[in-house]
Design a protein around this ligand. Structure first.
Ligand SMILES: [Zn+2]
Length: 188
């Protein structure tokens, strides 16, 4: 048995040549195909035309977010939480619902996946964020753009905003407003 991978935009490829694990022949026939309950893994029974042995392959759609390449060349994992925190910071005290924000992030992620690349620049993500913020809330858009355009990394946005907007520094006092403590959840 082996797990074969295919990229999201190619989907399942039932007729793709699969080498027989016993003799190496690439001429195999699919004798049975079934999906798991979620429909995201396809199990195929195959018969090798060369040696007549049977084996099973599992194919699943590989929906991995691309790695992020920062301006300095460093790579990092995509983290939805970081993106959410940055956008929440830009949207601080703005009349935008969590549902609308989550939907915006879903759209950004869908675009990142649609690119079909294993790596993507932080500048590209920053542009996608700005497009979404522009639709959600003009003030948040300007906040994000004014800081982001100068610094170019979404990852660093949170700390940078705290530098340029002193009132957003975490304060652990009884004067904390509910949304202030919400921000604290995402700090760091
Ligand atoms: Zn064979």
């Amino acid at each position: 048995m082996r797990v074969s991978r295919c990229t999201a935009n190619k989907g399942f490829l039932p007729n793709r040549a699969v080498k027989c694990p016993f003799c190496g022949d690439s001429n195999t026939q699919v004798t049975d195909t079934r999906e798991n309950d979620d429909g995201d893994i396809v199990r195929r029974r195959r018969r090798c035309v060369g040696c007549d042995k049977r084996f099973t392959t599992y194919e699943r759609i590989d929906l991995k977010m691309p790695h992020i390449v920062k301006r300095n060349g460093n790579r990092s994992e995509y983290e939805r939480g970081k993106l959410l925190a940055s956008m929440q910071l830009a949207l601080r005290k703005r009349p935008v619902t969590t549902v609308a924000l989550e939907a915006a992030i879903d759209r950004i992620e869908a675009r990142l996946l649609a690119v079909g690349e294993t790596e993507i620049t932080s500048a590209h993500i920053g542009d996608l964020v700005m497009k979404e913020l522009k639709k959600l809330d003009k003030v948040a858009y300007i906040r994000f753009a004014s800081v982001y355009r100068n610094f170019a990394d979404v990852d660093d946005f949170s700390s940078l905003v705290r530098e340029v907007q002193p009132q957003s520094r975490p304060r652990r006092r009884e004067t904390d407003t509910p949304d202030q403590s919400e921000h604290d959840l995402f700090d760091g």
